[in-house]
Design a protein around this ligand. Structure first.
Ligand code: ATP
Ligand code: MG
Length: 471
């Protein structure tokens, strides 16, 4: 299937062979590494299953390579990095049974087939032997190769067992379907729908990892659509689920904001790999259900959804266990600003409006434009063309103004310090007022963005406010 040299020709595997043969144990490469080889996808992490102690094998390999081994005794796993930086994880072959209300497995030693059986999907249960006597032999006990060829995500055993043992596997299934463009096998799909409420016992952090992988996929909409169809979405992301549906009143309908959001997300995904820009696309209309209103004359409106939406972002990030750092602020800002370029391009594109947008968006202005262009999903072609033409005009203007006025990372040339020193005053509201007048004058193009002009304006405003210069 592949033109590449077989990965088992790597010297690291030969090293493992020597060790496991001398210890008299069987070992296999298993999981994502094998799958990705057949799919011609790049893969660096290697998982090795030992029928015996994975930790012992890892320690022996560590000695051979003179490298540090991290041992996780409670999980029976050990990890090291080879000379080329690949991460290699060793684990003993296991049989597992889970108690119904916990994911803490009762682990017993098992055969390689036992181990393959407890993996999540058949395509992740393929194994290559590493022992000399059958080196490179493919163990495909559950039809993983056929499922790879037919592009099917299927559990190796009864899916109700697989999913109730570790319900995260339901979202992993959706994630693999999205990443690879595969279908969920009907019985796998049905079992997810049946076991969906079990997802509530899974930690938010593990779910977030999978959501990121869905968002980072070539067509993320596949994943969110599947989360909806299986019934998982309301459990893991109720705010997104609330976007679904169309309401009709007096013969007027609004668009389905879930469908629209997924289209915008796919559009952004075509243009950018920036994970957080993609999250901003997913969240840009998140407040539409909360701001929805109907007026018999004008129909449906969602006034202020960008403001309300941006205020919802910290809470959503906290609930989904996304980072509460500058990434969150970036998403919040893009949600807040997402209508601005469109409003700008509907009116006459004035210099001062462009200057203000540059000032507020700063270095994220290109990302904002990408989001806004992606947001135009109207079915009417002439309307789309008109918007895109206007956006092109906005971009030209932005370039001109940025070159002339450098407002993208603009700091007003007169600081609060300067105002306080000049007039010998303490921090007070007047300082803020003078600063605001100067900022507005620069952004509106009334004065140039330089120190002398700003100083002169400060003096004028200060005089009006009765301030006297300290000598
Ligand atoms: P990727 O690294 O691209 O996310 P992967 O398949 O390598 O995909 P990992 O999370 O690295 O996924 O897991 C490695 C292997 O371990 C998987 O291929 C699968 O065989 C097994 N595995 C991982 N998580 C689970 C799970 N929750 N349940 C069952 N098997 C799992
Ligand atoms: Mg992996």
């Amino acid at each position: 299937m592949s033109e590449k040299p077989h990965p088992l020709s790597l010297s690291i595997f030969k090293d493992i062979t020597e060790i496991v043969d001398s210890l008299g144990v069987a070992a296999y490469v298993v999981g994502g590494y094998v799958r990705d080889y057949y799919l011609c996808r790049p893969s660096t992490d290697i998982d090795v299953v030992v029928v015996g102690s994975g930790i012992e094998v890892a320690k022996a390999l560590g000695r051979k390579l003179h490298t540090k081994v991290s041992v996780f005794k409670t999980f029976g796993t050990a990890m090291l990095h080879d000379r080329d930086g690949r991460e290699i994880e060793f684990v003993g072959a296991r049989r597992e049974s889970y108690s119904p209300d916990s994911r803490k497995p009762a682990v017993e030693e098992g055969s390689i087939e036992d181990d393959q059986l407890r993996r999540d999907f058949t395509i992740n249960a393929l194994a290559w032997s590493l022992n000399a006597e059958n080196y490179g032999e493919l163990l495909d006990s559950f039809g993983g190769m056929a499922d790879l060829e037919n592009q099917i995500i299927r559990t190796p055993t009864d899916p109700d067992v697989t999913f109730s043992d570790d319900p995260l596997r339901m979202i992993r299934g959706v994630r693999f379907a999205t990443q690879l463009g595969f279908d969920l096998a009907p019985e796998t799909f049905d079992a997810i729908a049946r076991n969906k409420d079990r997802i509530t016992i899974v930690s938010k952090e593990r779910i977030a990892t999978e959501l990121h992988k869905i968002v980072a996929s070539p067509r993320p909409s596949i994943g969110f659509e599947l989360l909806h169809l299986t019934g998982l979405l309301p459990y893991i992301f109720p705010e997104l689920d609330a976007l679904r549906g169309v309401e009709v009143r007096c013969g007027k309908a609004h668009k389905d904001n879930f469908v629209h959001t997924l289209k915008v997300l796919d559009n952004v995904a075509q243009k950018s790999d920036n994970l957080w820009l993609r999250w901003a696309a997913l969240l840009h209309d998140i407040a539409k259900p909360r701001t929805k209103a109907f007026d018999a004359r004008i129909g449906w409106s969602f006034h202020g959804h960008e403001v309300v939406g941006s205020k919802m972002i910290p809470e959503i990030f906290r609930k989904l266990r996304l980072p509460l750092n500058e990434k969150m602020k970036y998403v919040r800002k893009l949600v807040f600003l997402h209508l601005r370029p469109i409003i700008l391009s509907e009116d006459e594109v004035t210099d001062s409006a462009v200057r203000r947008l540059l000032f507020e968006a700063g270095d994220d202005v290109e990302d904002l434009m990408t989001l806004c262009e992606a947001d135009i999903t109207s079915g009417i072609d002439s309307k789309v063309q008109r918007y895109l033409r206007n956006f092109a005009l906005v971009r030209v203007k932005m370039k001109e103004i940025e070159e002339k006025d450098r407002v993208r990372n603009f700091q007003p040339p007169i600081t609060g310090e300067i105002i306080m020193q000049t007039y010998g005053i303490e921090p007070c509201s007047i300082v803020g007022e003078i600063k605001a007048v100067i900022k507005d004058a620069i952004l509106d193009g009334e004065i140039p963005n330089d120190y002398d002009a700003a100083f002169a304006l400060m003096e004028k405003v200060a005089a009006e406010k009765g301030l006297i210069r300290k000598q």
